[in-house]
Design a protein around this ligand. Structure first.
Ligand code: MN
Length: 255
């Protein structure tokens, strides 16, 4: 049997499952909020064109407006000033499919919403599960998706800023410059920790990962249904010409 025939047989038999890692995209989807002196991203919004009515008797359809970086979305290298000019339409399709490593930080984030993943945590994970996958993704399972029902809870901000988990600057640098993965996936509103505006460099996951030509995925969920190793991830952003990012449907194949 060919590899693809075996894959199709596995899907049909249920020995390979498809897990949807995407959060629902609606006007309720929480969005990033920057300090008010900066431009702001928009919520997702449907605008009805017709619904089996005098505007279109047999059809229902909508226009929609959204920020590129709204909901579960893909960050392309051109998003950041340090990045290459690779926009979301230019990402090679081979780089949209790859192995996923999942690191579980749920308990530590439950104790500390400002939890930062360190290189040593990834080293410890690697001693249990092997090296991070070449050309693959590191997915950080924080449990933060549980807060996605409320903008306020999801951003978890006070006068000191947002309190959400992420990577330390050193860990972001290692992931960008030394690890073999091509992307970082998280459950939070962006790939960086809530405190990242105060880090050096500022927003290190964006600055260093995009600087290295790597990618980001945000607002993932259902990471609890993935094994630490062995899942294959498919990320399919819209092919927006010149786009810095795009809402994305993220699926994982799991044996
Ligand atoms: Mn983004």
């Amino acid at each position: 049997m060919s590899d693809l025939a075996a894959f199709a047989a596995g899907l049909a038999a249920g020995s390979i499952r498809v897990v949807d890692l995407t959060s629902p995209l609606s006007s309720e989807t929480p969005i990033l909020q920057l300090p008010e002196e900066f431009g702001q991203t928009e919520r997702f919004q449907l605008h009805e064109i017709s619904r089996y009515d005098d505007r279109g008797p047999a059809w229902y359809w909508n226009n929609f407006t959204t920020g590129e970086h709204t909901g579960t979305h893909f960050d392309a290298p051109v998003h950041w000033v340090t990045g290459t000019d690779e926009d979301v339409a230019s990402v090679p399709p081979e780089r949209l499919v790859g192995p996923a490593a999942v690191i579980d930080c749920v308990d530590r984030v439950a104790d500390d919403p400002d939890f930062l993943l360190e290189v040593d945590d990834i080293r410890a994970w690697e001693s249990d599960h092997g090296a991070l996958p070449e050309g693959g993704w590191l997915l950080v399972r924080s449990g933060w998706h549980a807060h996605a029902g409320s903008q306020e809870e999801f951003l978890n901000a006070d006068e000191d800023g947002s309190h959400t988990p992420g990577l330390s600057p050193e860990c972001a640098r290692w992931l960008a410059e030394e690890s073999p993965v091509i992307g970082l996936g998280v459950e939070t509103v962006g790939t960086d920790a809530g405190a990242a505006p105060t880090f050096d460099p500022m927003f290190p996951c964006h600055s260093l990962m995009h600087g290295a030509g790597k990618y980001g995925l945000t607002q993932l969920r259902n990471l609890d249904q993935l094994p630490p190793v062995g899942a294959v991830l498919v990320a399919s952003p819209l092919k927006i010409v010149g786009g810095s990012g795009s809402p994305v449907r993220v699926l994982a194949f799991v044996e």
